[in-house]
Design a protein around this ligand. Structure first.
Ligand code: SAH
Length: 257
């Protein structure tokens, strides 16, 4: 059965079996018994996940894809969640259990997928899959890089981020306009931060909203004391700060009463 791809749902179906298998193999399967695939579409990746010794759930918003999956993978049927990943409360299915996330993700909601994963990091030890190449590179980039930004710092505060490989447009139907990149996030052993994480998110977002300014200027809205603003770190621009330095900066701001 062929299904016409729906652009507004970011549907670009992978038609290269070896790449699907390679993506399925990126998870270690250690430390959890369940995985959740976001946006299975016609199941090209799902097929390889189902061969593994792990329980696979899928979440898919498109009813046509869901009908196809139900007919094609009878054993999977009870674990197909026909919902919007961004809106659905995953605790309904996973309760407090750990699970990994995988997918050839819908690129139009890439950033939100990463943020939702970060919010649920207590339950998500591993995350891997395909994004638009620039987004995958950004998430994995280090300080000093032009593409280093909010997603890089916040993802790497909790996860080790590895860019794995690039995938050309030609292996998708229909081909996207951009190259794709597969990455893997592995939660750090010490992912509980020594600073207020809500404040960290605020500091990182505020600093990068004006990425050319020094922190002294961009973080004015935090009403910091003059003595703190003298600290050398405030003379830097956000792209110069490592993840560790952002954490230290947040601690400084936290203690600035
Ligand atoms: N994994 C498949 C399909 C990738 S295209 C493959 O590799 O061929 C992205 C898929 O995500 C589509 O099936 C689309 O319907 C689905 N999708 C888009 N937005 C979604 C959302 N908010 N929640 C769940 N699935 C979504």
């Amino acid at each position: 059965m062929t299904v016409k791809a729906k652009k507004h749902l970011g549907q670009h179906f992978l038609n290269d079996e070896s790449i699907a298998e390679k993506i399925a193999d990126t998870l270690s399967l250690n430390g959890y018994k369940k995985i959740l695939e976001i946006g299975p579409g016609m199941g090209v990746l799902t097929k390889y996940l189902l061969k593994k010794d792990i329980t696979t759930y899928v979440i898919e918003i498109d009813s046509e894809s869901v009908d196809y999956l139900k007919d094609s993978y009878l054993n999977l049927a009870p674990r197909i969640i026909e919902q919007d990943f961004l809106k659905y409360d995953l605790k309904e299915v996973f309760k407090g259990e750990p699970f990994a996330i995988i997918g050839n993700f819908p690129y139009n909601i890439s950033t939100q997928i990463v943020f939702k994963t970060l919010e649920m990091r207590d339950q998500i030890p591993e995350f891997s899959g395909m994004f638009q190449k620039e987004v995958a590179q950004r998430i994995c980039s280090k300080e000093g890089s032009k593409v280093y930004g909010i997603l890089s710092v916040l993802a790497q505060a909790f996860y080790d981020a590895d860019y794995l490989f690039t995938v050309p447009p030609s292996v998708f139907n229909p081909p996207p306009k951009v190259e794709s990149g597969v990455l893997k996030l592995t939660r750090k052993k010490d992912y509980v931060l020594p600073c207020d994480d809500v404040l960290l998110f605020k500091v990182v977002k505020t600093a990068f909203q004006q990425r050319r300014k020094t922190l002294r200027n961009s973080l004015k809205t935090f009403n910091l004391s003059d003595s703190l603003r003298e600290d050398v770190i405030f003379g830097k621009r956000p792209e110069q700060l490592s993840v560790q330095e952002f954490i230290s900066l947040t601690q400084l701001i936290e203690n600035d009463i």
